[in-house]
Write a protein that binds this ligand. Structure first.
Ligand code: TYD
Ligand code: MG
Length: 478
């Protein structure tokens, strides 16, 4: 007793060590290790919260909890209140990604690159939650921004034609202040834009630093659980692997959604990567328009190029179905075989090794004289084909170009190709074929081994053609 222990604490990330080092061993910060005496003036580090920042939403109380019977727990849950439904086309798309609606008291992190449309998305979610068509009328939603002024958000809302009475805007970065205001409003939901801009008094490090980000998220989590108000958090992801990127928060929050978009495309994908209340196999598809994000009504077809009319259908085109999450997308593969030119192989959107393999199999097992041909492959719309399910379509596109035989309209290919030229089944065959049938395709070429499992599908007018190997496929189609 009497002798106080000395610790060194990093003022940026909160890492502590009994020994002084020139740099912080956790965040590699230089000259950030500050000396403190244990228990005296040591700042908050990691997950601890010191006495002087304890507030009602920062309880560090030791509640004596008792184990509860499962059936008692379930009795307490009112099934109809379990999820807040989101109305409209846009709401349905967001709701699907959330696993069927918004769960009261959940903490949702929405991550994504700067400029991808996170603020836009959350403002729209705030609007439909506030309007509450499926929730018994309007209720307040608070949108807090540490990045933009209230006027800027107002301007954006105006452009998006959001005029809900019940949206409250607040520009602040002080979590205590934010949560105090939030408590007075009896909110239906709270949005924080973004977690990198807010701070908690009494916690070391600047806003956006690891300990601030962690502490603020924990405070928001306790707020959400205590009040049952769902909280949305926006988090930026930086390519440089910044230490306080939202990835460190993924274990704290209930739901993690990532928003993605191609730079030159107006499509935005919302993907759930963690969900304590539902499956993570979901994908929302939106389009960024003049007036905000719109749900894409027929996403299966969004990667296809403009439909050609029957007569001008080109040789070297073939369609296949890829899966992303639980969704099926039709994609278009183009091949160009050039005889006599340099025997170069250029591929775009297809793995080079896979393409090389398919070409070799076509030469060896199907007798195609591709040796003296330059072969170019391309997947339309910049999609990357990462599934072997596209093998058969790649082969068909090459055959089509090589034989200068345009494939007829409305034919899709699904299947993996083996080294012996055999066509193999791939996962989720039923879902893929269903998509093809729903879009009114006339024919779907599939592996023979997959045919037995499809008896229960409603295929409409789509004819299923099962093939054992490449030769058979070529004989049937060409
Ligand atoms: P924003 O939501 O601010 O992105 P983030 O919060 O992820 O940084 O939106 C970014 C882009 O979206 C911006 O470049 C402009 C575009 N945008 C539209 O095309 N239409 C719209 O209605 C809005 C509000 C934004
Ligand atoms: Mg923003």
């Amino acid at each position: 007793k009497g002798k106080t222990k000395t610790v060194w604490v990093c003022s940026d990330c909160g890492y502590d060590d009994g020994q002084w080092w020139g740099i912080c061993k956790q965040c590699n910060g230089i000259n950030t290790m500050k000396r403190f005496s244990e228990g005296v003036e040591r700042p908050v580090s990691g997950f601890e919260v010191s006495e002087n920042v304890t507030r009602s939403w920062l309880p560090h109380q030791s509640v004596r909890a008792m184990p509860t019977k499962l059936t008692d727990v379930n009795k307490g849950i009112n099934q109809s209140n379990w999820r807040i439904p989101l109305s409209g086309l846009f709401g349905a798309e967001v709701g699907r990604v959330l696993g069927g609606g918004l769960v009261p008291g959940c903490l949702v992190l929405v991550g994504g690159d700067p400029g991808v449309g996170k603020s836009t998305l959350l403002l729209q979610i705030a609007a439909i939650v506030a309007e509450g068509c499926d929730m018994g009328g309007p209720a307040p939603v608070l949108y807090v921004s540490g990045e933009e002024s209230v006027e800027q958000i107002g301007n954006r809302a105006d452009r998006m034609r959001i005029g809900t009475d019940e949206i409250f805007l607040y520009a602040s970065t002080d979590i205590e202040d934010i949560l105090e205001k939030a408590q007075t409003l009896s909110l239906r939901a709270l949005v924080i834009d973004s977690i990198q801009t807010v701070y908690l008094r009494g916690v070391t490090g600047s806003a956006g630093g690891l300990s601030q980000v962690k502490e603020c998220t924990e405070a928001l989590l306790r707020f959400a659980k205590k009040t049952n108000i769902p909280v949305f958090l926006i988090g930026h992801v930086t390519k440089s692997g910044e230490i306080a990127g939202p990835r460190v928060l993924e274990h704290i929050v209930d739901v993690v959604l990532y928003m993605e978009g191609e730079k030159y495309s107006s499509h935005r994908l919302l993907r759930s990567v963690k969900n304590r209340f539902g499956c993570t196999d979901e994908l929302g598809v939106f389009e960024m328009s003049q007036s905000g994000l719109q749900a894409v009504s027929n996403p299966s077809e969004m990667f296809l190029s403009e439909q050609q009319s029957d007569s001008e259908f080109l040789a070297g085109l073939a369609f296949t179905v890829i899966m992303d999450g639980s969704r099926a997308f039709l994609i278009e593969i183009q091949a160009l075989c050039v005889a006599g030119s340099s025997v170069s192989r250029q591929v775009n959107g297809v793995q080079a090794g896979r393409a090389e393999m398919i070409i070799s199999v076509l030469i060896k097992q199907a007798g195609l004289k591709l040796q003296e041909n330059g072969v170019f492959l391309n997947v339309v719309s910049g999609v990357h084909l990462s599934e072997t399910a596209g093998d058969l379509a790649v082969a068909a596109a090459i055959c089509s170009s090589f034989l200068e035989f345009p494939l007829p309209m409305g034919i899709a290919f699904i299947g993996e190709i083996g080294l012996g030229g055999e066509i193999r089944t791939v996962p989720r065959m039923d879902k893929r074929i269903n998509t093809v049938a729903k879009l009114g395709y006339k024919k779907c070429i599939i592996p023979k081994s997959a045919k037995t499992s499809l008896s229960s599908l409603d295929l409409g007018d789509t004819e299923i053609v099962a093939c054992r190997n490449l030769k058979e496929m070529i004989n049937i189609v060409f």
